[in-house]
Write a protein that binds this ligand. Structure first.
Ligand code: AMP
Length: 281
């Protein structure tokens, strides 16, 4: 099956028919991280749909909506290589038929105002709203999201469950550059010097993981030390449980970091097990 570009619900419906659908939403500027997501999703449905839509409502005024990289032709090639059947690339009017001000939105709840939500208060409302709309248009059985955006993945899982959207949410491990930097469409904003320094973000996570058996404080100390040495002050560096609540000694945990390195704000996170030392003790 050759790749089909659908711009509207009717074109989507014609391209998909009655098949089961695996879905990967993206904002384009596709890199190898997106390609892994697509390959992960390929066997999960009879038809694989990828969306390419730079969603205005998840950018706050002054953020990089206008400058966000747009590489549609190259994206189509990457989609074709990864086995995508249908690329859904809607116009803004298709996604927001009554404009932005009158749109019904999804409230992300308490999890939407911590971490990324504290730095970007309207971000997750925009993300969840557009994902809910995309689910309504694409009607997927399964949708695949990257662990790279761990809070987003957690919120989308929660939304699908609590709003009974009946879409299975699958997480896909973070794809990294050779030096550990998590791939991101925004890495192109890094200068050559900042690109070298940016490797410290994932190195900090690895140092945290290595200190895991010594307990929570040791994890955070080790990770902070790596960031300090690179002259990076994180917006946050936190240890949580897998649902972003308080971590439990001896249990699986998540270490999450956000830090501005030059222009872009870099996000990364990883799973780890922390030893039995209590946080703060
Ligand atoms: P975006 O186009 O940045 O909105 O991302 C689309 C999807 O790709 C989201 O589910 C992201 O979490 C995922 N993604 C972005 N970067 C990576 C990466 N380096 N590894 C795995 N998934 C990623």
């Amino acid at each position: 099956m050759s790749i089909t570009i659908a711009r509207t619900r009717a074109e989507l419906a014609a391209a998909v028919g009655d098949a089961t659908v695996a879905f990967v939403p993206t904002m384009g500027a596709l890199h190898d991280g997106h390609v892994q997501l697509l390959k992960h999703a390929r066997p999960l449905g009879e038809v694989l749909v990828a969306s390419i839509f730079v969603n205005p409502t998840q950018f706050a005024p002054g953020e990089d909506f206008e400058d966000y990289p747009r590489t549609f032709d190259a994206d189509l090639e990457r989609c074709a290589e990864a086995g995508v059947d249908v690329v859904f690339a809607p116009a803004v009017e298709t996604m927001y038929p009554s404009g932005f001000d009158t749109t019904i939105t999804v409230d992300p709840g308490p999890l939407g105002s911590i971490l990324e939500g504290a730095a970007r208060p309207t971000h997750f409302r925009g993300v969840l709203t557009v994902v809910a709309k995309l689910f309504g248009l694409v009607r997927p059985d399964v949708a695949v999201f990257g662990e790279k955006d761990y809070q987003q993945l957690t919120l989308i899982r929660q939304m699908s469950r609590e709003l009974a959207l009946d879409v299975e949410i699958v997480g896909c491990p973070t794809v990294r550059e050779a030096d550990g930097l998590a791939m991101s469409s925004r890495n192109i904003y890094l200068t050559a010097d900042d690109r070298v320094r940016a490797a410290a973000v994932s190195a900090a996570l690895r140092a945290g993981v290595a200190a895991g058996p010594e307990g929570a404080d040791a994890v955070l100390d080790a990770a902070h030390a790596v960031l300090d040495a690179a002259g990076i002050t994180p917006d946050y560096l936190v240890l949580t449980n897998p649902e972003l609540g308080d971590p439990e000694p001896g249990q699986e945990a998540r270490l999450l970091v956000a830090a501005r390195v030059g222009k872009p704000r870099l996000l990364d996170n990883c799973a780890l097990t922390i030893g039995a030392t209590k946080l703060g003790s």
